[in-house]
Ligand binder design. Structure first.
Ligand code: SF4
Ligand code: SF4
Length: 385
C-alpha cells in the first residue's frame, strides 16, 4: 500500500509551508530524523529560468521550506537540476532560489558531471546518462510542480525525475522516443532504473507543489497559472500523480505513465494500493481545469508510422510569433531535430522547417517569451474530438 498525503495550502507563507511539509512527511510515515547524516538530493522543477509568478517552476518558498526541513535535521542537502537551456546557477538566480541556496549553505550539483545508469530488464530503454550527484545521493527529495503537458498530459512526480538527465540530452530523448506512447515508456523505464540500479536502493520522496499549478498550454511560459491549493507527498511517484490527477478532476486514462505504470514493479500495481491520507481529492472542488489543447487531437499522428505529409496535415506545428519573439534563439539550441535555423533575410523570427520537425514541442516549452504558438494542421479539423 502506498500512502499519499494530500493537504490544503492556500499560500506560499513560509511558516505554513514548513509546517505542512513536516506533517506531510509524517503522514506518509517518513521520520525527518532519517535525513540526519544522509546526502539528500533536492530536485526542484527548474524547466526554465523565469519568475515564480509564471508557475513554471517549483515556488522558491516551497523549495525553501523543503530545504529547511533537510538542513534542520542535519541532512547534507545537494540541489540538483539540469534546466533545458541555461545553467543551474542562472536558473536558481532567475527563479529566486539562489538566495535560499546561500542562506542554508546548500551545495549545488555540477550539472555537467554525469554517469551512466544501466537498467537490466525487459524494457525498451536501458541506458541513461544521469547526474553523478543523483547517483551518489542516499535520498532523492523531488519537488515537482503540478502542470499540464502537451505530450504526457500532466507533468508531476514521474516526470520531474527527467531533470536528472543532463541538459540537452533531455531533448535528444524526444528523438529516441518521439511519440507520447514511447515517451511514457521511456519515463517509466527511467524511473524503474532509478529504483533498481543502485545498491543499496535509494529512498525517493516526492513533495509536490500544487499550491499554484498550471493549466492550458503547459509546462512552459505559455501555460496559465492556476490556483489549486494543494500539497502532496508520497514515496511512490505514480501514486502521487494519480492523486494529483484526481484533485484536478481530469481523466486518469489520459495519463499513460499512470495507466502503463501500474504494470511496472517499482510502482503500485493498482489504485486499490493507494491510500490517501488527509484531504479527499474531491474536496478541492475543481471541475473546470483546462488540460493542454495539444493533447486532445493529434498524439496518434505524431508516431513513427505517420509520414511527414500526414504529420504536417494532422498535427499542430510550432510557429514563432513576430510580435513576441526577441530572437534569443533558445529554441534553436534545444531543438533535437535541428529543425530551427537563424532568421532569414528580413524575417523577425527564427526559421522553422516543419518537414523535419518531430513535434516534440520542446521549443514552445522553453521559449522564455511564450512566443511559439501551435498552429493546427490544415486537415486537423477532420479529426474527432
Ligand atoms: S521563438 Fe522564443 S525561443 Fe525562439 S528566438 Fe524567439 S523568443 Fe527566443
Ligand atoms: S521545431 Fe520545436 S517541436 Fe519541432 S522538433 Fe524542434 S523543438 Fe521539437
Amino acid at each position: 500500500m502506498a500512502q499519499v498525503s494530500l493537504q490544503k495550502c492556500d499560500s506560499y507563507d513560509p511558516e505554513r509551508l514548513y509546517e505542512l511539509i513536516c506533517s506531510s512527511l509524517a503522514g506518509i510515515g517518513f521520520d525527518v530524523r532519517n535525513f540526519s547524516g544522509k546526502t539528500v538530493l533536492i530536485k526542484p522543477n527548474l524547466l526554465v529560468g523565469v519568475g515564480p509568478e509564471k508557475a513554471v517552476t517549483t515556488h522558491p518558498e516551497f523549495f525553501r521550506a523543503a530545504a529547511r526541513v533537510v538542513v534542520e535535521n542535519r541532512g547534507r542537502a545537494v540541489v540538483c537540476e539540469s534546466p533545458a537551456i541555461t545553467s543551474l546557477s542562472k536558473a536558481l538566480k532567475k527563479t529566486g532560489m539562489a538566495d535560499i541556496v546561500e542562506e542554508f549553505g546548500l551545495e549545488t550539483a555540477d550539472e555537467n558531471d554525469s554517469t551512466v545508469l544501466l537498467h537490466e530488464g525487459e524494457n525498451q530503454f536501458k541506458r541513461f546518462e544521469i547526474s553523478r550527484a543523483a547517483a551518489q545521493a542516499d535520498i532523492i527529495l523531488s519537488l515537482p510542480k503540478l502542470k499540464t503537458h502537451g505530450i504526457t498530459y500532466i507533468t508531476g512526480a514521474t516526470k520531474n525525475l527527467f531533470g536528472l538527465i543532463p541538459g540537452l540530452q533531455k531533448s535528444r530523448w524526444h528523438m529516441k522516443a518521439p511519440t507520447p506512447e514511447s515517451f511514457a515508456d521511456f519515463l517509466l523505464d527511467f524511473n524503474e532504473a532509478l529504483h533498481t540500479a543502485f545498491e543499496p536502493p535509494k529512498t525517493f520522496i516526492h513533495l509536490m507543489d500544487a499550491v499554484v499549478g498550471m493549466e492550458g498550454e503547459g509546462p512552459g511560459p505559455s501555460g496559465t497559472p492556476r490556483h489549486i491549493g494543494a500539497i502532496l507527498a508520497g514515496t511512490d511517484a505514480l501514486a502521487v500523480d494519480w492523486v494529483a490527477v484526481k484533485v484536478l478532476g481530469l481523466p486518469l486514462e489520459k495519463v499513460r505513465t499512470i495507466t502503463e505504470g501500474f504494470a511496472r514493479p517499482c510502482f503500485v500495481s493498482s489504485e486499490k494500493e493507494i491510500e490517501v491520507v488527509g484531504q479527499r481529492p474531491e474536496s478541492f472542488g475543481i471541475k473546470d481545469f483546462r488540460p493542454s489543447k495539444n493533447t486532445f487531437f493529434s498524439n496518434m499522428w505524431r508516431g513513427p508510422l505517420a509520414t511527414r505529409t500526414v504529420r504536417n496535415l494532422f498535427t499542430e506545428k510550432p510557429v514563432p510569433q513576430e510580435e513576441k519573439c526577441v530572437l534569443c534563439y533558445e529554441c534553436l539550441k534545444i531543438c533535437p531535430a535541428h529543425a530551427i535555423d537563424k532568421k532569414r533575410g528580413k524575417a523577425k523570427t527564427p526559421s522553422f522547417d516543419h518537414k523535419i520537425c518531430i513535434r516534440c514541442y520542446c521549443c514552445a516549452e522553453i521559449c522564455p517569451e511564450a512566443a511559439i504558438s501551435l498552429k493546427k494542421g490544415s486537415l486537423q479539423w477532420l479529426l474527432p474530438r
